[in-house]
Design a protein around this ligand. Sequence first.
Ligand code: PLP
Length: 362
Amino acid sequence: MRRVYNFSAGPAVLPVPVLERARDEMLDYRGCGMSVMEMSHRSKDYMAIIANAEALLRELMGIGEDYAVLFLQGGATLQFSMIPMNLIHDPATQTADYIMTGSWSEKAYAEAKKIFADVRQAASSKGVNYSRIPRQEELTLNPGAAYVHMTSNNTIFGTEYHHVPETGAVPLVADASSNILSRPVDVSRFGLIYAGAQKNLGPSGVTVVIVRKDLMGRNANMPVMLDYQAQAKEGSMLNTPPTYAIYILGLVLEWVKEQGGVAEMERRNIVKADKLYAAIDGSPFYACPTEPASRSRMNVPFTLARPELTDAFLAGAKAAGLVTLKGHRSVGGMRASIYNAMPEAGVDALIAFMREFERSNG
Ligand SMILES: *Cc1c(COP(=O)(O)O)cnc(C)c1O
């Protein structure tokens, strides 16, 4: 067996101890005589698994009792529709503000427009190819908006908020798919936080939604599966939940806790990101398209001064066991996703390869 360093943006690397634990428990989950995949979601054993996942997430993120924690399906993408459907009860008069920081913001905005016409853009960095996060003073917020939507980390463009936008009494909604649990966050500053699990929380198939309870139940006419309140009432078990994905998510949360929690994740993520950006900035052979103050600790895009060598770089990296480094087509070049589960040794190996590639091609 040979494990590579996987820099995929998502689905992404998982902690090896989590995979080993899942392997060990595959045929016989803790004396049950069956795998988690084969269990009834209503069984005592499974109810303990989902309750443990919720309790760990609440503990790690400091989520108060005034918030519901939901494990849903449909990915972060379904939340682009569920958020406006749940938080807006009168599409004729209500509006919302979207802060545009990349492709995922654009997709969220486009879905909201289908639910109600008057969706505003409170700011956009599209004019600079989304290379930075708009500053507070650039936001034109509507105090009457039902909510303000932001993308806390821009997986494709490699930018991240290093502050929480001030939105007054208007609830702030964050797509945290690619940086949830990567740093401490004051949940009480948000009305809703959502994240597809497959970047920093676990496998694909489950989406975490953390929603302030007073924001649920505003729209009486919801299809039941899309209704936060109905999902909360049934403990995310209106129907069969993605049982195995939630189990793995629980193992990832246990791993984060054992490592020292979210503060320790942040400490490691700063070390990894600082090293990689320093390697890029320290050489005229490499360049990073993002504004330094807006740089993501999770997704690091970089390009070559000689773009014609990009394919050779990717092929050489792959041969060295460094895979899925190809950049998104809207940015080009390379992208290294260095989520919680990417060890520092993986970043060191990438930097060593970059130096070697520069030496032989520079
Ligand atoms: C990956 C990603 C999504 C889409 O997630 P799905 O679970 O595939 O729907 C949305 N927003 C952000 C920020 C992402 O990184």
